[in-house]
Each structure stands twice: as structure tokens, then as C-alpha cells.
Design a binder for this molecule. Structure first.
Ligand SMILES: Nc1ncnc2c1ncn2[C@@H]1O[C@H](COP(=O)(O)OP(=O)(O)OP(=O)(O)O)[C@@H](O)[C@H]1O
Ligand SMILES: [Mg+2]
Length: 581
């Protein structure tokens, strides 16, 4: 109940219609309850008197009542359909918006399938709940109440017989509710796991095929879906039990009332019309009572879905700094500085050493600094700190003397352009992939810096659509597009994570030649593995054991630092040849 109340802000805009719909449904249901009273009047009046015209009149009343009931239920349906699909769409859009604003650390922690299933299955369950069980739990309760009152008024003794099973039914419902909650949650989580597997295997289809893993992948999937099936069966089992109780007990009570009623009519203590009215009221209440089982089940699932929805929504998004900072433009150019930066991944164990420990590094204005380190030494981590994809554990990073945490993210990210290790492309045109919202006039220059002129040879040039994840392009082509994306708009700060790793030597040389111009007046941090890339930079910083252990020019470090010389040797590249010989 408490969980479901959290839906209120979303349902609020639709409240007028929902309440009207509920009212209409109650009205429809109560119209149905008038039918037995007309029957009573018919049996005791025209039928007993042999008045044919009266019987026809009664039949006409019944027909009209039936029509009214049907019309009202139809009206209810019409009333709720549109606003509820709106509620669903709003909640889905809200979730998507929120996910975009959550920090990278959140996305590191959550499986994508779990998010996907929340945005699809769970929200669908919620819409169904709002459309159906929410109204009908109310409608059925009112109907049962009114019906019971009518029956007690007809004959209180028979009414009490009918009420007999109420207590055992309620007890069963309470027990059922508790059990069902656990299983429903389990099932929905398992749907999330299953979604993750499907998603990963769609994205990783090349690897699965290349390694001939499709059988084992299918087996893994079957096991997971088998588990889900087991959980669903447990749900079905629970539903069957409650359904059994809810249907059987009232049915027995009706049977008992029928027998008792007949005896009373035979003794002349009760009119036949009253018995007919009584029994048809009881029968009219059968559906409202029977349906309570699955209405409760659906509500329970909706509660679980709400819980899962808000688990994601309650995660704190990246905080926007409303700084009281001094006017920015007059600051002297100071370049990019790391002050005692320490960083540990939020999900890393407490006692593990930080990935980066007391990093002190100054990249002067207009300078390009190469960052070299063994694989896994934390280079990518360091570069991700500059655009604030992760929050520092301690220390500061400044751009031209201004702390990046004091800057609105929007501004920070417009000053710093990045190209990441894996060049992700979106399913939009090549041009849009590069521009990412920037001015269209920038496109050609950026493409030529990145030596990505191949796009002009594509079927529709820069308007060519890139396939999902850019899979229709080669690795090197994607990397060049990612590089072009970074240099669009001539950013003041450039952070490149191994931007040329997938290029052949000739293309690499061409990109380097073009990049040199860009780098001439850009402050840049470039992660590099190869001597050829390192030589793009004015100076080199060596990252080792979470610290910057040496800073200097490529040739200085080659001479003075054994670790650096080791990292740079053996690549077969020309850069260090003369020094190591
Ligand atoms: N999201 C993460 N959560 C926890 N630990 C991580 C995460 N990403 C990376 N790490 C760990 O941080 C360390 C540094 O990783 P990083 O990706 O920064 O290395 P790198 O120097 O860029 O390596 P490479 O040269 O192979 O690209 C690794 O030990 C890695 O296991
Ligand atoms: Mg890396």
C-alpha cells in the first residue's frame, strides 16, 4: 500500500478521470445489484398472479438495467484508457531522463537488463494495475458491501450463513499476500537477469559465434529461463491455492443458503421472490469475490514493480554545483592541473589500494602531455576524472585555476573534449555522430583532422546512417570518427584515450600530422602506448603504481627511466630506435 502510494504524483494529472471512472464502475456494479430486486418483484407479483403483461414489463426493466450496466462499464474503459497510457509514458520518460543523469558509477553497478526490464515490463504492470485492479478492488468492495447489506435486509439469517466464510477467506488472503510478494519480486528480478543475458548476447553475437559458444549460451539462457519458469509456477501455485479457497468457501455457503432457503419457503416462512432475489444477489457477488484473488496478485506485482521503479529513481543523480565562483573569463590561462588527486572506484573493496594515489601533474596552457603506463595502471581512470565522469576520492583538478567541481557540468564538458578508448557510435548519421549537437560548419575540419575523409565515400556521405553501435564501420574508422568528435569546436582542453591505437602506420602518421596543428594551441592529455603517439606530445608523464613517477620529454625519459624505456621498447616502432641501440 505504502509503496503504491508513491505512484500518486504520476497519477495526479489523471485523477479526475480515474475517480470518475471508479464512480461510474461502482454505479454500473450497483445497477447489476438492482436486477435481483426486480426479479423478486416479478416472482412475488406478476408471476404469482399469472399476469403475463407484468412479466413482460419486468423483462423490459431487466433488459434496460443490463444495457445500463454494459454502457457504464464501457464508459469506464473509455475514461481510463487515454490518461493511463499517458501516465505510463510519463513514468517511462522520467526513468529515461533520470538514467541519463545518473553518474557513471551507477551504470557500472547496474546490469543494463535490470534497467531495461524496469522501463518495459514493470511499467506495463503498473499501467495494467492502474487500469484494472486499482478500480476493481474498490468497485468490488463496494459491490460486496452493498450486496451483503441487500441480502441481510432480505433475510438476515440466510445472510449470516453467506457471511460465514468471510473470516477464513480474509485470513487466507493475508497469508497469500505475504508469500506472493516475495515470489513476485523474485520473478521480476529474474526477468531483469534474463533481459541482461539477451542484451549481452545480441551485442556480443560476433564473439559468441567466433568462439562457437552458441550452444553453451543457449544452455545458459535455458537454465535462467527455467529458473524463471519455476518462479512463475510457484506464483501460479499460490494463485491456485487462493483461488481454490476464495471460490470454494462462498460456493459452499451459497449451497447451504439455498437448502435452508428452500426449507423456509416450503414452511411458508419466506416468499419465493425473496429467495430468488437473495440467491441471485449471492450469485451476482460471486465474480466480485472470486476476482479478489487475482486482483490482489496483480496489485502485489504492481507494488513490486513500483518498488523496482523507484529503486532506480531514488538513486541520486550527478549534483549540479550552483557555485558562487568569481567571474571566469579573466582568469589567467593556467592549463590543466591535478592536485594530490586520489581515486578509488566506489564499488572497490574498502581496503584495496586506490587506483590513483596522490597524482600531481601540471599540463601547461597549450601544452600536450602524453600519459604512459602499463596496461591496467589507471590511465583511462585518470582521463575520466577530467570531465567528471567519476568523483575524486580526494584532491582537486583545476582548469585554468578553476576547480572542476565548482563549474557547472555543462560548462566543464563544453571546455573539455574527450575521445574514449572504445569509440562508441550511435544509430544516427555519421555527421550527427561527429557533431553531437555542435555547429555543422565544424564538420569538415574535424573530419580532415581525424583523417576521416572516408565518410565522403559512403553511400550518402555524412548523412549515412551508422548501424547499431557503429558495427558497419571498421574499428579504425570508428576510432577516427570518435577523434573527429573530440576535435569539433576547437575545445580548449582535449583528453584523448589512446586515440590512434587502431590505425595503420600510414593513417596514424597522417592523423598525427593533422593533429599537431590542433594540439599547437590546445591543452591536451593524450594516453599513448606507442612511441609514435607519444612523440605528438611536448612532454610525457609516466603513471606507475597509481602515481606519476616521472615527467619529461620522450628522449629524456628514455635515457633516465628504466621502466619507461621498457614500456616503449619492443613495440618495433621507430621512435626509440636510436636511444636503445
Ligand atoms: N568501473 C570500474 N570499477 C572498478 N574498478 C575498475 C573500473 N574500471 C577500471 N577499474 C580498475 O582500475 C584499474 C585501472 O584501469 P584503467 O582502465 O584505468 O587502466 P588503463 O591504464 O587505462 O589500462 P589500459 O592501458 O589497458 O587501457 C584496473 O585495475 C581496473 O581493474
Ligand atoms: Mg585504458
Amino acid at each position: 500500500m505504502k509503496t503504491l502510494l508513491r505512484l500518486w504524483p504520476y497519477v495526479r494529472p489523471a485523477r479526475a478521470r480515474l475517480f470518475t471512472a471508479a464512480f461510474v464502475a461502482v454505479l454500473a456494479s450497483c445497477t447489476g445489484l438492482v436486477i435481483p430486486l426486480v426479479l423478486k418483484w416479478m416472482v412475488d407479483g406478476p408471476v404469482a398472479d399469472g399476469d403475463t403483461a407484468g412479466v413482460w414489463l419486468g423483462a423490459l426493466y431487466l433488459l434496460l438495467l443490463g444495457f445500463a450496466e454494459a454502457l457504464l462499464f464501457g464508459l469506464r474503459r473509455w475514461l481510463v484508457a487515454r490518461p493511463l497510457s499517458h501516465v505510463e509514458a510519463e513514468m517511462r520518460a522520467g526513468l529515461y531522463r533520470h538514467l541519463q543523469r545518473l553518474p557513471v558509477a551507477f551504470h557500472d553497478r547496474w546490469a543494463s537488463g535490470q534497467l531495461l526490464s524496469r522501463a518495459t515490463t514493470d511499467l506495463m504492470l503498473l499501467r495494467m494495475f492502474l487500469a484494472f485492479p486499482l478500480t476493481f478492488l474498490l468497485v468490488n468492495s463496494v459491490t460486496i458491501l452493498v450486496g451483503v447489506i441487500i441480502m441481510l435486509l432480505q433475510d438476515w439469517a440466510l445472510g449470516l450463513v453467506i457471511l460465514g466464510p468471510a473470516i477464513p477467506v480474509v485470513v487466507t488472503c493475508v497469508i497469500f499476500e505475504k508469500r506472493y510478494a516475495g515470489v513476485a519480486r523474485l520473478a521480476q528480478d529474474q526477468v531483469g537477469d534474463l533481459t541482461t543475458v539477451v542484451e549481452e548476447s545480441v551485442l556480443g553475437i560476433r564473439i559468441i559465434k567466433g568462439f562457437g559458444r552458441h550452444r553453451s549460451q543457449a544452455r545458459a539462457f535455458r537454465e535462467l529461463s527455467g529458473t524463471l519458469r519455476g518462479t512463475e509456477l510457484r506464483k501460479a501455485g499460490l494463485l491456485a491455492t487462493i483461488w481454490g479457497v476464495i471460490v470454494t468457501l462462498p460456493e459452499v455457503a451459497i449451497g447451504a443458503a439455498l437448502v435452508l432457503g428452500c426449507v423456509q419457503v416450503a414452511d411458508g416462512e419466506l416468499s419465493a421472490g425473496t429467495l430468488v432475489a437473495f440467491l441471485s444477489t449471492a450469485l451476482a457477488l460471486r465474480w466480485p469475490v472470486d476476482s479478489i484473488g487475482f486482483l490482489l496478485a496483480m496489485s502485489q506485482e504492481a507494488a513490486t514493480a513500483t518498488e523496482r521503479y523507484f529503486e532506480a529513481m531514488d538513486e541520486v543523480p550527478e549534483q549540479e554545483t550552483c557555485s558562487s565562483r568569481a567571474a571566469g573569463p579573466h582568469r589567467p590561462a593556467d592549463g590543466l592541473r591535478f592536485h594530490d588527486v586520489r581515486f578509488r572506484y566506489p564499488d572497490a573493496p574498502e581496503d584495496s589500494p586506490p587506483v590513483l594515489d596522490l597524482i600531481d601533474l601540471h599540463i601547461r596552457p597549450g601544452e600536450s602531455m602524453a600519459l604512459v603506463g602499463a596496461t591496467g595502471s589507471g590511465k583511462t581512470t585518470l582521463t575520466a576524472l577530467v570531465p567528471r565522469l567519476h568523483e575524486l576520492t580526494s584532491g582537486r583538478i583545476t582548469l585554468d585555476g578553476e576547480d572542476i567541481t565548482a563549474m557547472p557540468r555543462q560548462e566543464l564538458r563544453s571546455r573539455v573534449a574527450v575521445a574514449f578508448e572504445d569509440p562508441t557510435l550511435f544509430s544516427v548519421s555519421v555527421g550527427d555522430n561527429v557533431l553531437m549537437g555542435a555547429d555543422e560548419r565544424e564538420l569538415d575540419r574535424a573530419l580532415s583532422v581525424a583523417q576521416a575523409d572516408f565518410v565522403h565515400a559512403l553511400p550518402q556521405g555524412t548523412d549515412t546512417q551508422v548501424g547499431e553501435q557503429g558495427l558497419s564501420l571498421s574499428g579504425g574508422q570508428r576510432q577516427r570518427l570518435a577523434l573527429a568528435r573530440a576535435v569539433v569546436g576547437t575545445p580548449r582542453f582535449l583528453v584523448l584515450d589512446d586515440p590512434l591505437s587502431a590505425l595503420d602506420v600510414h593513417t596514424e602518421a597522417a592523423v598525427e600530422a593533422a593533429l599537431r596543428d590542433v594540439l599547437a594551441d590546445t591543452t591536451a592529455l593524450i594516453v599513448a602506448h606507442r612511441p609514435s603517439t607519444v612523440q605528438l606530445a611536448d612532454r610525457v608523464a609516466l603513471l606507475s603504481g597509481g602515481r606519476i613517477t616521472a615527467v619529461g620529454t620522450h628522449h629524456e625519459l628514455l635515457r633516465t627511466n628504466a621502466e619507461y624505456a621498457h614500456l616503449m621498447s619492443g613495440s618495433g616502432d621507430s621512435g626509440e630506435g636510436e636511444d636503445t641501440r
